[in-house]
Structures are given as C-alpha cells and as structure tokens.
Design a protein around this ligand. Structure first.
Ligand SMILES: [Zn+2]
Length: 99
C-alpha cells in the first residue's frame, strides 16, 4: 500500500457535510469546477478520487462508445485521428514547445 502523504491541512465540515478541498490538492489532482469525485470508505478512512467515467478519453475527457483502448489508455476517435496525423518529432498541445 502506498504511504499516505499528509498535507498538514485541517478543514472543518459544515452542517450539510461539505468540506472545501484545498486548492493545492485540486490543482495537483486536476480537479476543476465541473470535475466529479468518487467517495468510498477504506480501512477506517474516507477516500476520494477523481471520477473518470468508463470510455472517457485520456486526452480530452470525451466519452465515446467508439473509443479504443491502447496500452490501457482510452482514446476517442477524434484524438485517434489527431495522433494518426502526427509526424515524428512533432509536438502539439499542452507542454509543446513553439519552434
Ligand atoms: Zn479525445
């Protein structure tokens, strides 16, 4: 089992059971305003993780019945087409470097 890393942050729960997730954690986990999380109990702890719907594209998040799974990675037809058109050495999207 992976060792848990404490953030050192303590938050209160309001009367409706709501708690605000620290911005640093939301950013680190890629949680945005429209993200969904799964919540479950495990070994006496409440565990929450980002919900990724089945058949959700690993690149754009689109859910498509025609998505393919390659090396454990779900890819929608639109992203498959973009990937197929890439040239060796070409970098596109987030993290790419302009020439
Ligand atoms: Zn996609």
């Amino acid at each position: 089992m992976k060792k848990k890393k404490s953030t050192g942050i303590v938050r209160g729960i309001d009367n409706l059971g709501r708690v605000v997730l620290p911005k640093e954690l939301r950013t680190a986990m890629g949680l945005t305003g429209d993200s969904k999380v799964e919540i479950f109990a495990e070994n006496g702890a409440i565990v929450m993780r980002k919900y990724i719907p089945p058949k959700a594209c690993a690149f754009c998040g689109a859910v498509d019945d025609h998505a393919v799974v390659f090396e454990g990675c779900c890819i929608c037809p639109a992203c498959c087409a973009k990937i197929a058109s890439l040239q060796p050495g070409q970098m596109v999207g987030e993290g790419s470097v302009e020439p």
